[in-house]
Design a protein around this ligand. Structure first.
Ligand SMILES: [Zn+2]
Ligand SMILES: [Zn+2]
Length: 283
């Protein structure tokens, strides 16, 4: 399968996304997957799965993922999801386990919105509310950095060593949003969450692009329209904006032309498409 690949500032992402068909995002270095609309060989190796919602184009691969990890005696996966769907998920996986006649080993973790959970010393993540037709949430990954306190920023190495020897606390922890993934949502996901707008990298759904499927239709189905991204262009503070989840009705060529035409240049310059590698060039 020809995967999409994205790399920027140490953030390496793979996967694929077609609106209504399948969406799966993987961050291999963090052992992290976002949604699992399908499966391909190797995808089951990642231990943490962050689910945005239960529509099958984001979810169909999940029972297979748990089943494979159980069969291969890999560590039970950690699956995070909106807390409203907990009972249904628990029941669903119990039924699959019964049908397959072996134990499904899995850690089911309903998320509290806005509460950060640690992945490791450097990275953590939190769920933020999205606006879709079923219970849903997007995810933001945060990086914890240790930086010199501003008042010591101008000191040279030997002055810093002296302060350290005296036991002065010269550094502080800073927690920055580095990556957000929207799943399926109306534009409010961007408008209502500062951490999403400030994420260094934002993966944002953009299901519809033209007048044939207009803004009203798009909002009715709980999605984001290109015209809304254009309308709010100045609110995006992201260094990279990756658009995905386009309706399969559009060709790669049409998507590129339409996005370039509708977005102001300062935002277009930061845009990338999450297309299979051979189609991903911007021009
Ligand atoms: Zn979808
Ligand atoms: Zn959906």
């Amino acid at each position: 399968m020809d995967l999409a690949e994205f790399e920027y500032s140490g953030i390496k992402i793979q996967g694929y996304s077609e609106g209504g068909i399948r969406t799966s995002i993987i961050w291999p270095n963090l052992d992290l997957a976002f949604d699992m609309g399908n499966t391909y060989p190797g995808q089951t190796r990642y231990k943490n799965l962050l689910l945005t919602h239960s529509h099958l184009d984001h979810f169909a691969g999940v029972p297979y993922y748990i089943s494979q990890r159980s069969l291969q005696r890999l560590q039970p996966p950690n699956i995070y999801y909106p807390k409203e769907i907990h009972n249904d998920l628990a029941e669903l996986f119990k039924i699959y386990s019964r049908l397959e006649d072996f134990e499904y080993k899995v850690n089911l973790i309903p998320m509290e919105l806005g509460k950060r959970l640690e992945l490791n010393k450097q990275y953590s993540f939190a769920a933020h509310k999205t606006f879709h037709r079923v219970p849903s949430q997007g995810y933001t990954v945060y990086e914890t950095k240790v930086k010199l306190k501003p008042e010591y920023a101008d000191l040279n190495q030997s002055e810093i060593v002296k302060l350290k020897e005296r036991g002065t606390e010269i550094s502080q922890k800073i927690i920055e949003p580095v990556f957000s993934f929207s799943g399926d949502t109306k534009i409010e996901y961007v408008l209502e969450h500062e951490d999403v707008r400030k994420s260094k990298v934002l993966f944002l759904e953009c299901t519809y692009l033209d007048e044939k499927k207009d803004v009203e239709h798009t909002r009715l189905w709980g999605h984001t329209h290109l015209f809304e991204i254009a309308e709010h262009a100045e609110k995006f503070e992201n260094e990279r904006l990756i658009l995905l989840h386009f309706s399969p009705r559009y060709s790669y060529k049409f998507i590129r032309e339409q996005v370039q035409k509708k977005l102001p240049k300062y935002l277009w310059d930061r845009v990338e498409f999450f297309f299979p590698a051979k189609h991903s060039a911007k021009k």
